[in-house]
Structures are given as C-alpha cells and as structure tokens.
Write a protein that binds this ligand. Structure first.
Ligand SMILES: *Cc1c(COP(=O)(O)O)cnc(C)c1O
Ligand code: SF4
Length: 342
C-alpha cells in the first residue's frame, strides 16, 4: 500500500510525526509566478494569472503538477488549475450560486435536494482549486467545523428516517484529519436508519497520498457501506501515484465511482472521454456522471453547449460498453433528480 512520495518533501526525523499527505499539502503550489516559472509558461499569462488568483487563489499539489506537460499553455490538466484573465469577464447568466444551493439548506452544513440522501459540507477546504468549480464563491466560513456545531444537522438527520445515505462533500471531506473524519463517520453510523456513507472527493486524484492504510481501515470498518466518488476529467490524471491510490480503494472492496465535468479545452471530445472511461474501468472505477457545466461566474470560457455534449455522448455509446458511458446530466435547481441530457 506504499504510495509514491517522490514529489513530497524529503523524509527526515523532524517531520516523521506528520502524515505524508499533510506535508504534500503544505508543499502545494500557491503562487502563480511559481507555477509559471516551474512549467515554463509564456510570460503573457503571468499578470492575468496574478489577477485571477486574487479572486480565487491558485492551489495545485506537486503530484498533480508532475502530470502537467511543461511549456504547454493548453495542457488539459493545466487548464483546470491555471488562473486566467477570462475569469474576470462578467457574462450574463453566469452567477455566484449557480445551483441556488441556499434554497436546499436543512441545517447548517446540511443540504438536501433529493429523496433518501442528504449532503454535508464536511470541510471548507480543497487540495486543489479547480477554476471551473461551481462552489468557487461558496461561503464555507458559515459552515460547522467542530463536532458539536454539527448537532443541528445530526438532529435533522436523526428525525428523518427517509434518509438512507449521507454524502460528505465540501470542499473536500478528505481534507479533514483522520481524527475529525472518524468522529464524524462514527456519529453518523449511530443513526440507525442510515445505510450508506458516500464521500465526494478529489483527493485520490490530486493528493493521492491521502489514501493511507488508516483511511482504508476507517472507511471499511464502519457499519455504513462506503462509496467513494472521485473527480477526474482527463485520462492523463489517472497515472502513477493517482492510479495506485484508486487501486488501493478498489482493492479494499470500496465502490469507487467517477464524476467529470464537461469542460472546453479539457475533455470536450469523444476521444478524450472514451480514453478516460477506458482508463477508469481498467482501474476498477465506474464512470458515473458527466456533468454539464454549471453557469458559475468566472467560468463561462469552460462551457460546452448541451447540443455538442449530446453528440459527444452519442459517440461514446457507439464506442464503449454500456457500463463505461457516464450519465450526462445537468443539475436544475428545484428538480427531483439530476436531469439526464442524453
Ligand atoms: C448531486 C447531489 C447529490 C447526489 O445525487 P446522486 O444523483 O445521488 O448522485 C445529493 N445531494 C445533493 C445536495 C447534491 O447536490
Ligand atoms: S475539488 Fe471539488 S469543490 Fe474543490 S475546487 Fe475542485 S471542484 Fe471545487
């Protein structure tokens, strides 16, 4: 279960007490100038990157950085993390709460949109800042942090025996320390009518050394059935330490699903998405959703029209086994399920 540590800080006794992943996170690149220098990107990107990073800071771990091709400003992994001048454009129809999530709040940190399942904003932080993120303007500061602050949410879940599944989302729930995550999971496991615990996380993709033996023990030792939904958009993300982390989850018997967002310049072709599905299946991860881009302010340049998305998915159906074709969906505020688009 060893994960590669080639990109993290060198091992030495002083750091021996902190888990590897804390160090990897501390070493993540946060400075646009540094990103541009490390990757040898064109000077013309420097000033726009600085300005866009003021609106939503740059954050990219070294493991992910190592998968980006140097000197290529159009690299599909780079485009997911590089702040661009285009983010400052105000485009009609692109807003900060694109999904009207405020309307789904049942308690602090608890959102419910769909029958039988509710979502906890378990952590405010992420290990990467995806430029297209629909929660890039979310006010995480207002959400619970300590276990006791979650009590109103637990009470709400306890009082509603129609709930079978809790989703831990964020931010990224795996940004919690093992101790916090464990306390949260065990508290939820005490609620008798819950059957499943689903984690929506991008850490296996961007900070693979988060997948430790301790985490596997925690997830597989619960009364609740664990499901992990990861978030990869491009087949080139699924290599090296990331592939190893996914295999570790799958080998532990955890159901692992993947969701992607359809993004201009990143994965807006049947070739790329077919390869992504092939690669996922090879690792034992099931393609789940392909999301139509949510119209978040600052992300208009990522949008692919639905009609084009439908044609791409149609082509995927021609090329792949049925189980390898993700469900192409769009979230429409107020609807009972994520609306299928193809
Ligand atoms: C997307 C989402 C879910 C998950 O929906 P599934 O179709 O079950 O994957 C659940 N709750 C909320 C609030 C969501 O936004
Ligand atoms: S990891 Fe998820 S929540 Fe965090 S910035 Fe990326 S898309 Fe948004």
């Amino acid at each position: 279960m060893a994960t590669k540590t080639g990109h993290s800080a060198p091992k030495n006794d002083v750091f021996e007490t902190a888990p590897n992943w804390h160090r990897s996170l501390a070493a993540a690149v946060r400075d646009p100038d540094r990103l541009i220098d490390l990757l040898g990107l064109p000077e013309s990107l420097r000033q726009p990157a600085r300005e866009a990073a003021e609106l939503f800071p740059l954050l990219v771990p070294e493991s992910y950085l190592a998968r980006i091709e140097s000197g290529n400003p159009r690299d599909p992994l780079l485009l997911q993390v590089l702040p661009l001048g285009a983010e400052k454009l105000e485009v009609p129809g692109f807003v900060s709460d694109a999904l009207d999530e405020a309307a789904s709040r049942r308690a602090p940190g608890l959102l419910q949109k769909y029958a039988g399942r509710a979502l906890m904003i378990a952590a405010g932080a992420c290990a990467v800042h995806c430029r297209y993120c629909f929660r890039r303007h979310y006010d995480y500061g207002a959400e619970p942090r300590r276990l006791d602050e979650w009590e109103p949410a637990f009470a709400e879940i306890e009082a509603d025996d129609s709930l079978r599944e809790i989703l831990l989302s964020g931010g990224d729930p795996l940004m919690l320390t093992d101790a916090r995550l464990e306390a949260l999971c065990h508290r939820l496991a005490e609620i008798g009518h819950l059957k499943r615990l689903r984690l929506h996380t991008r850490l296996p993709i961007v900070l693979p050394d988060r997948i430790t033996p301790q985490l596997i023990d925690l997830l597989t030792g619960l009364r609740l059935t664990p499901i992990v939904v990861v978030h990869a958009n491009h087949p080139r993300e699924l290599v090296d330490d990331c592939a190893e982390a996914l295999r570790t989850l799958v080998c532990a018997g955890i159901s692992v699903l993947n969701q992607s967002v359809l993004l201009r310049g990143v994965n807006d072709s049947a070739d790329v998405l077919a390869e992504l599905s092939e690669r996922l299946i090879e690792l034992g991860v099931m393609p789940y959703y392909l999301h139509q881009f949510d119209k978040v302010a600052g992300g208009a340049h990522f949008e692919v029209p639905e009609q084009e998305g439908r044609a791409i998915v149609e082509e995927l159906r021609r090329r792949l086994p049925g189980y390898a074709v993700p469900r192409y969906v769009r979230e429409v505020p107020g609807e009972d399920y994520k609306r299928p688009l193809a």
